[in-house]
Design a protein around this ligand. Structure first.
Ligand SMILES: Cc1cc2nc3c(=O)[nH]c(=O)nc-3n(C[C@H](O)[C@H](O)[C@H](O)COP(=O)(O)O)c2cc1C
Length: 236
């Protein structure tokens, strides 16, 4: 199983420990090949809003040297993992700025068909609150990239660092991640057979109607045309 993890922090703290626990469990089901990125080291720039990815293609992003290897790894994976601690009731700034760079591949622009059978996992920890918002931010991107199934693990740890997390909590994380890994392994194995998310089919068709009328962005329109999606070809 090929896995790409994008960590929304450089810190190997509570969030990373949760991700690590899932990885260790997944290894019991299948041989895993994990590629890990740490933000901001592996993608240090803010999106500058130049719109070049939208209009001229993603290779023209001024930060393509950072974005391209991450996207390539994602596209080659069976499982995509996004992790972030809760900062100010949301993802870390570095995770958000990474997600900003990938808006070009939302269903409303140029979705990559390789995403359509992928499984994803979002992981976040918090001292006390904000997990809902944080998970939603990461899940929205995955959903609009067209990922088929999204799992999530979110837990309050009542601590600022992993060494302060109680033994009871650590045991719970072990137990939870064991159960979660079993479900993820099963989904990855059967990814092609899993049913298509209803929202994705609905939204894809809505966007198809929009792309048929698209005279404002040739790059987006050419993408849909070249894949035959405007002439009856169905990706799922
Ligand atoms: C800048 C910053 C902002 C934070 N914001 C929140 C918050 O809004 N709510 C909360 O309960 N904890 C907040 N925390 C605590 C972390 O979410 C929590 O300690 C988390 O488990 C840290 O994960 P890590 O060990 O992987 O870095 C914040 C921590 C930092 C450093």
């Amino acid at each position: 199983m090929k896995i790409t993890i994008i960590n929304g922090t450089m810190r190997k703290g509570s969030t990373h420990h949760c991700a690590d626990a899932v990885m260790q469990q997944l290894n019991k089901y299948d041989e895993t090949e994990v590629t890990e990125f740490f933000l901001p080291k592996d993608m240090p720039n803010f999106c500058i809003g130049c719109y070049s990815c939208f209009y001229n293609g993603e290779h023209t992003c001024p930060h393509n040297e950072y974005i391209k290897p991450i996207v390539n790894a994602i596209l080659e994976s069976d499982l995509i993992v996004l992790t972030s601690p809760v900062y100010a009731f949301d993802v870390s700034g570095q995770m958000k700025t990474f997600l900003d760079h990938l808006c070009y591949m939302w269903l409303s622009h140029r979705p990559n068909p390789k995403m359509f059978d992928k499984i994803a996992l979002t992981i976040s920890t918090t001292a006390g609150a904000g997990l809902g918002h944080t998970q939603k931010t990461m899940k929205s991107s995955l959903k609009y990239w067209g990922v088929k199934k999204i799992f999530s693990y979110a837990t309050p740890v009542s601590a600022m660092k992993w060494s302060d997390v109680s033994e009871k909590k650590k045991e719970k994380i072990d137990k939870d991640t064991k159960a979660l890994a079993a479900k993820i392994a099963k989904s990855v194995k059967n990814a092609q057979k899993l049913h298509n998310p209803l929202f994705r089919s609905f939204f894809f068709n809505l966007m198809k109607g929009m792309q048929k009328k698209n005279d404002w962005n040739k790059t987006d329109r050419n993408h849909w045309e070249s894949l035959g999606w405007l002439n009856g070809n169905k990706p799922f």
